[in-house]
Write a protein that binds this ligand. Structure first.
Ligand SMILES: *Cc1c(COP(=O)(O)O)cnc(C)c1O
Length: 219
């Protein structure tokens, strides 16, 4: 199956109100170009350097999403162009993103990553930590970032019920924080669901899915 065919099949299977992020990490620029030619404009990468290199070789109307874990000292490299950072898991990181965004006179959109899986290796905040960040004075003073939603990753398991419980948990946290609105904070996006579990994620309320291998093949 071609990248174009895969992409169109997936687009058909997701509702219009759900945004598709084509996860192109480790894939060559030629593969991204094929997806671009088939109409895709939102790409997700998990390494800042790789995303930066690809962004220089591909058209300017692509929205680049950083979906991986972000190290504070590398924010500066993506600050000029990144459209949405999915994996924000500390106030310290938000402060750095704000600082770098200011240098470029931009506002950078961010999602707070919530830890929902039962796996030690995954990053993220719990509900109390999300609330602590958005209610802090430091946060309220950040003018060059905007928190636009939450992101989470379910456990890597065939146990559908476990995955469903984790997604539902995240959706409940999302609904709980949604009424909280500031100039730099408005919970509109719920980023959850990958190749193996995106249909379930959408049933559980996802508004943004991050799909890699089902479009570009296994890595
Ligand atoms: C790699 C990755 C994806 C996509 O995974 P697939 O199983 O290939 O669809 C989604 N989200 C994050 C955070 C990832 O690192």
């Amino acid at each position: 199956m071609s990248i174009k065919t895969n992409l169109l099949e997936i687009k058909k299977s997701i509702p219009e109100n759900v945004t598709l992020v084509a996860v192109s990490k480790t894939k060559p620029v030629a593969d991204l170009q094929q997806a671009y030619d088939a109409g895709q404009r939102i790409f997700g990468e998990n390494k800042i350097q790789e995303m930066t290199e690809k962004s220089e070789k591909l058209p300017d109307d692509i929205q680049w999403h950083m979906i991986g874990h972000v190290q504070t000292n590398k924010v500066k490299y993506m600050a000029p162009f990144v459209h949405l950072i999915h994996g924000v898991d500390s106030l310290k990181l938000l402060v750095e993103i704000d600082k770098q965004a200011k240098k470029h006179n931009r506002i950078i959109n961010c999602l707070l990553q919530v830890y929902i899986a039962k796996e030690e290796t995954k990053f993220g905040l719990n509900e109390a930590e999300v609330l602590e960040i958005i209610h802090s004075d430091t946060f309220k003073n950040l003018q060059n970032i905007k928190v636009v939603g939450l992101m989470g990753m379910a456990s890597f398991t065939d146990d559908t019920q476990t995955v469903k419980n984790e997604f539902t948990n995240l959706k409940n946290i999302f609904d709980y924080v949604k009424p909280y609105q500031l100039t730099n904070c408005s919970f509109e996006i719920l980023s959850m669901g990958m190749s193996g579990d995106y249909k379930l994620a959408i049933e559980c309320g996802s508004t943004m899915v991050r799909i890699g291998s089902s479009i570009f093949g296994t890595r």
